[in-house]
Write a protein that binds this ligand. Sequence first.
Ligand code: SF4
Ligand code: SF4
Ligand code: FES
Length: 653
Amino acid sequence: MSISVRDGNFDVVVVAGPNVNVWPSPGMRSLTSLCAEMGLSVGVYGGNSLQVRGVIPVSSTGGVVIVEDAQKRIHRIHARAVVRVSAGQQLPDPFPGSRSEAFLPLATARRLLPLSSVLWSPATIILGSGNAAFRFGVQLLEKGVSDVICMEPLSQWGGKFFSAWEVERRCFEMAGGKLIEATPVSLSRKSLQQWEFRARDRQGVRIFDVARVVAAGPFDSLDGDDGIREYPPASMLFEVEQRGRESRSESSRSWSLDEERARRLAVRLIKGLCPDLGALGEKREKLEEALRRSRARLKRFARHREEPFIPAYEGKWMASADLRKLRAFSGVPRLEQNIRPVASIECIEEIGCNLCEIACPESAIDIARGKGRFLDESKCTGCGICLDACPSSTPILMHERENHSTSLVTLAWRGVHLWKAGETAVLVNRRGDSLGSARIKSVDTPVGVTGKKQFLQIEVPTHLIWEARSVKRPRPPADADEDLKFAIQSEKATGGARAEVTVNGEPRFVQNGVLLTQALFEAGRSRPEDSLFCSDGSCNLCQVTVDGAKKLACRTEVHKGMSVELQPVESARSESDLLCPCMNVKKADILERMRTAKLQSPDAVAEVTRVGEGMCHGQLCMGSFRRLLAQEGVDVSNWIDWRFPWSEWVLRP
Ligand code: SF4
Ligand code: SF4
Ligand code: FES
């Protein structure tokens, strides 16, 4: 066996850690360009053609990055500073049933939602109350699932008991979702596709009949955590937690945060690595300016948590003090709405988003909150482009016709139902309560907008124009029917072809031509291992035997007559207190080892217990492990898990 090894040297090397699916991320682009501009040599490794096998920290500063290229050659890259980008953790602490097949991480639930006829009714619980949780909830509600509940398991958000933007919560509640605070207790099977979920709130234990529980998070308070760790101090080894997971419009807050944090880190790297900062001349001022702006923006992004706007209600009506506050907000029109349709942008919290500002062709929006007006209503032409740009459906167009019994509201509709002009709709307020009937006056499908988005112009009783912010259908069909209808539709869309296969010796009919993981979910035969349904087979957990050969279920398509043998699930894996199911490590074992050996550092505990060394590379357990250590008083704020390797270390001949 001969191994070709090549050596390289860089000042800064940026590498993608396990399961980072957007690469290079917008944040890392900003970091590398700023570093390169200041004269540092920068290497970026990750993705399919240059797979990072691991990082070996060196004792002084920096480390050696081991990379394998497409020709299977090994590259040994020496770096004065290493930045590893890691995917944010999305799973809560284990509870009885949290390793069952009804429990899905959000990434898997997202992949299954458009693909298949997996049932989500009678109810789906989403654990977490971040923007991603609410947006997934809205998607489920639009698909026809009658009961979608976002459950916030942490009480540390304080006065604001959810972590998302208020406009996202508004969107979710208008679509019919519910938000509660409770801690998961257990998830147990009732029938093939029905589960009983128990959660404890202030009144006691509540029981829900559910089809799925989706873990969306966040499960950590972000207080004091800027998502950048350096460990050990002054080692120039950094870990950046990437929180953005989808496109910019889907995850604008996360990507903005990532970019600002990356700029701050770039400044730190430049100051640490440039021998003579004075020699940078004018560039140095630029650097300081970049740092100042990043700090200010990050502070602004955090402000919506410190100064939340959570309106109170008196019955169905927003409490008068809060309505006054909303109407006094500078994104809301004062006069022009009485004359013609203009935008009303009720986005009162200080959030890290400016998509509507970027989109407005008239420059009528200026999100320098607190400094001048958010909306310049005299410039607004009522074109509606901001309605399309906002991911939270916050802007509307309003024309308040004071001497008429009805006024006009235009809103962006993203639901499954396609409205027609003349239809009657039920008006709902900002938290989803029905207010009365309204008529859809006209429906526009905006030019250049793909998907099902419609602009609905609605005739609203004038006295409701400041309350009504969405519509729903008058009599929604029975929920189960809606789900069934969707299942039939998706079957039609896939040609409806069914294939007879054998699963562990039993004949089954499943959808033909889909991925085996998806077919197992649809048939109610998925395993906890399938829940990490990844896009590239990197977790290696969903191994099955297909026609006698070992395959990954997430990479194998169903075909007629195939014989599938599922690996028996070890009974220990379904136990409730397993913190690291791959390595069969229980929470109690960790606590015991910590106590008996008086372990003080995360490295020591990880080494002794071997948590995170399993096939999933810590995807399932490292979040809970960190939280457990923090509860036990171990400082994990700067700890980076540099254990080698991140993926199977196989040197091919
Ligand atoms: S309606 Fe058009 S002009 Fe008015 S704020 Fe929105 S994008 Fe700008
Ligand atoms: S696009 Fe504008 S209105 Fe929508 S969330 Fe962002 S800042 Fe608020
Ligand atoms: S659960 Fe897979 S490594 Fe711990």
